[in-house]
Design a protein around this ligand. Structure first.
Ligand code: PLP
Length: 465
């Protein structure tokens, strides 16, 4: 670790404590003790202000640094681009913006147009706005409602929160935007909550999708314009779709003429292994795909809303109608550092075979977590795809009562003390965030995976015996 900051570290800690408002964080831990300041990262590892090394099993905390830390190739490309042109509004084109759009669309058969923006929340809001405008252009404004799912998350801006399926994040921030309607989740492990306890496998998957149809029929199909879903729910507890679910969801969208918006903010760009996007595992043909985190692995801010040519065509301007086109602007959607970084990020994934590594290491992680489940009764379920996995902790495998929040925190803290950073879920019911989350960078090795699960093993023993 580079020691240059060491002399000033006390001032940094003091400045942080005095002036920084950290996200999703209670104030108390920052008033007492030292806040954690991450100083440096290399490969899979980061170092804090005390020089303590951690293996980062959550890619920058929130599924972001897909290609790992310290990539000179990306930093150089960003620097070169900034020196050539740092910024120009997206009303004009740019070299990296155009080339990356082409490369991205090559990975997304059936999709066609790339709209650049700034964050996952904004990318989702772009899709919501497009769906709303289509409702006005084609259906006189009636088909304007957007369906979202319990336990899914689409961002922290108010309209994205209006489509937020995690109540714990939404409480005290209402009222929300009208026209967003919740549909039930599809987690088979919690199927009793859905009244589908008697079904399993494909039958369960189809029945879970049919719950969406029930909402559509209740609301009126001609009021529903879009359905926004994560292909695999991330922060809501790593929920992989049951068999038959996506097939039936797509039939329903077709039948009721509902546009399908897939939120790939977490799953996108290799996280799920073997495919570039989560939706590609399930034969989904989306109308909108939004992405952010792994697109440039956090080396620059970039988010994207991708649409089909059919959607784009609906906005083709009639010169006599000044309201006809997509009347949206994103200042930093014009930042060229984002696509410059994204191009190199994609190249690294290709050159180093990281989609394949993600699949192989994901299988090892899943195998190790299943072995832990044999040993620790507190693990009620293990699920995930690629390097995107979760272990649900319960007090009792029969009742499935979630472990206490303090015990979840103790597991995360015990891992931290042993040099491992892991995550925990955000459920829709406060007090029930009981899924440990694992999403290491796609460069992770077999030894790293074993370190992750051995450390979790020790932490579970420490907390639960
Ligand atoms: N969509 C999903 C699935 C997410 O997990 C997140 C953030 O965690 C977002 C959207 C919002 O992205 P951002 O924080 O970049 O606005």
């Amino acid at each position: 670790m580079d020691g240059t900051l060491d002399n000033d570290i006390r001032a940094v800690v003091d400045a942080d404590r005095a002036h920084v408002w950290h996200h999703l964080t209670q104030h108390k831990p920052f008033e007492t003790g030292d806040p954690r300041i991450i100083i440096e990262g290399k490969g899979m590892r980061v170092w804090d202000q005390n020089g303590k090394e951690y293996l980062d099993a959550v890619s920058g905390g929130v599924w972001t640094v897909n290609v790992g830390y310290g990539r000179a190739q990306i930093a150089d490309a960003v620097r070169d681009q900034l020196m050539k042109l740092c910024y120009f509004a997206q009303s004009a084109g740019s070299i990296p913006g155009s080339i990356f759009a082409q490369k991205l669309i090559e990975k997304m058969p059936g999709m066609s147009r790339v709209y650049y923006t700034n964050s996952g929340s904004e990318a989702n809001e772009k899709a919501f706005k497009m769906i709303r405008q289509i409702a006005h252009k084609k259906y006189g404004g009636t088909k304007h409602k957007i369906l979202y799912r319990d336990r899914d998350y689409h961002g922290g801006t108010l309209a994205a929160m209006s489509a937020g399926g995690q109540d714990e994040r939404n409480m005290q921030y209402g009222p929300f935007a009208p026209g967003f309607v919740r549909v039930p989740h599809c987690l088979e492990y919690r199927k009793e909550e859905l009244g589908l306890g008697h079904l399993s496998g494909r039958e369960f998957g189809i029945a879970a999708a049919n719950l969406i149809e029930e909402v559509i029929l209740r609301e009126g199909p001609d009021t529903i314009g879009g359905l926004c879903l994560e292909p695999v729910t991330a922060g809501g507890g790593v929920i992989t779709p049951p068999e038959g679910y996506w097939e039936r969801v797509q039939e329903i969208c077709k039948q009721y003429n509902i546009l399908l918006h897939i939120d790939e903010v977490v799953c996108g760009i290799g996280r799920t292994g073997s495919q570039w996007f989560g939706y590609q595992h399930y034969g989904i043909k989306p109308d909108f795909v939004t992405m952010a985190k792994g697109v440039a692995s956090g080396y620059a801010a970039i988010a994207i809303c991708v649409t089909t040519e059919e959607v784009f065509e609906m906005f083709k301007s009639d010169p006599s109608d000044k309201l006809d086109h997509f009347r949206d602007i994103s200042t930093f959607g014009g930042c060229v550092a984002g696509p410059a970084a994204a191009l190199e990020n994609m190249k690294i994934i290709e050159d180093e075979g990281l989609l394949e590594n993600c699949t192989a290491m994901g299988a090892r992680l899943m195998g190790n977590l299943r072995a832990l489940m044999e040993k620790h009764a507190v693990i009620g379920d293990v699920r995930g795809i690629g390097l995107f996995q979760g272990a649900e902790l319960v007090k009792d495998r029969t009742t499935k009562e979630p472990v206490d929040e303090k015990d979840m925190a103790a597991v995360v803290a015990a891992c931290g003390a042993a040099g491992l950073i892991i995550g925990a879920s955000n459920r829709s019911i406060p007090g029930r965030n009981n899924v440990l989350c694992f999403s290491p960078a796609l460069i992770v090795t077999a030894d790293d995976i074993d370190f992750i699960t051995n450390t979790v093993d020790a932490a579970l023993t420490k907390v639960f015996g």
